[in-house]
Design a protein around this ligand. Structure first.
Ligand code: UT7
Length: 318
């Protein structure tokens, strides 16, 4: 047996993102459910979020974000051998999103599969893409997080309606002489699987907020520290910390424990809401676009959510 052309490392070559045009503010929500701007901002940190219209699907948003990342990478569709879409909010179970998205982008006959690790999905997909490039299974991989939470949320349930939102973010992963994606630290807590669930197709997303909040603020900073350690990076060297955008209080609690004083902390939730698997690439792509982080810096990404699942790794910002 022979394993051809193993790359010494993999890195993120480029990012892209997409958000639906429709902005929904806290005051908009307070018109139909018993909530208010003060509660949402102080408990969750969200000011506004985007919600896709009926005709705009997970695949539509994924294709736009993926197309932007591909264009920014300078690669052609023919250079991509594998497309992975991280999502947990497809409207239908079959077919998967990845093959549809690849076809729309003119990527001819790539490997194509979806990853469902809920809000940790992008980090799982990124680790898989990195391994595929380093192992010689793909030259370049398009990784996309795309979610339409709005179609799985009960808009009369204030405990979830104010939190979740729609959007997509994407990354192109390719080979590198010097590794630009560190080892992933991933895991799960299946004993808490009932804390976030959509029980069947007749029900909506249910979340035991406090159970997940306690877990996120106690179990995840060791994961963040281990991801740094395994990449040989001291937290003080990080120029960005981009955790899943679930709650501003969770983001700030983990950031404090991480002690990454120089890192720009992603607070994309304020204007993007919680977009599950899309939140990390969406946040990082927007930070890069606004000039809040510089190309070449190190970012720690950390996904966590239903499962409960988690995954984090250090990456070089493209
Ligand atoms: O993305 C996947 C991972 N998910 C997470 O990481 C989510 C983790 N959990 C959280 O972020 C928080 O638990 C929530 C934002 C979901 C909820 O915040 P909380 O501070 O834990 O609030 P709570 O559920 O304990 O509710 C406190 C009070 C309750 O009223 P009483 O019982 O004290 O009278 C709720 O009924 O706030 C009430 N409440 C609201 N009030 C106004 C709940 N939702 C709302 C609302 N507006 N939208």
């Amino acid at each position: 047996m022979r394993i051809p052309d193993i790359a010494p490392g993999a890195r993120v070559l480029a990012l892209g993102h997409y958000q639906p045009a429709n902005v929904v503010t806290n005051d908009d929500l307070a018109r139909t459910i018993d909530t208010n701007d003060e509660w949402i901002q102080s408990r969750v940190g969200i000011k506004e979020r985007r919600v896709a219209p009926a005709g705009e699907s997970v695949e539509d948003m994924a294709a736009i974000a993926g197309g932007k990342a591909l264009a920014a990478s300078g690669l052609s569709p023919d250079d991509v051998d594998l497309v992975i879409v991280a999502t947990c909010t497809l409207e239908t179970q079959i077919p998967n999103a990845a093959a549809i998205v690849a076809h729309r982008l003119g990527i001819t006959s790539p490997g194509a599969f979806d990853v469902n690790a809920a809000c940790a999905g992008f980090c799982y997909a990124l680790a898989t893409a990195s391994a595929a490039v380093r192992g010689g299974s793909a030259r370049n991989v398009l990784v996309i997080g795309s979610e339409k939470l709005s179609q799985w949320v009960d808009w009369t349930d204030r405990s979830t309606a104010v939190i979740f939102a729609d959007g997509a973010g994407a990354a192109v992963v390719g080979p590198a002489e010097t590794p630009g994606i560190g080892p992933v630290v991933w895991g799960s807590a299946g004993d808490k699987s009932e804390a976030i669930q959509i029980q069947d197709r007749t029900t909506f997303l249910h979340q035991e907020g406090q159970t997940v909040f306690r877990w996120a603020t106690t179990a995840l900073h060791p994961v963040a520290l281990e991801a740094c350690e395994r990449a040989g990076v001291d937290p003080s060297e990080l120029s960005a910390f981009v955790p899943h955008q679930a709650n501003l209080r969770i983001i700030e609690a983990i950031a404090r424990k991480l002690g990454a004083e120089k890192a720009a902390v992603a607070r994309d939730i304020v204007t993007a809401g919680n977009t599950s698997a899309a939140s990390i690439p969406l946040a990082l792509s927007r930070m890069l676009e606004r000039g809040e982080v510089q190309s070449g810096g190190l970012a720690l990404v950390l996904g966590f959510g239903a499962g409960l699942t988690y995954a984090g790794q250090v990456i070089e910002i493209p």
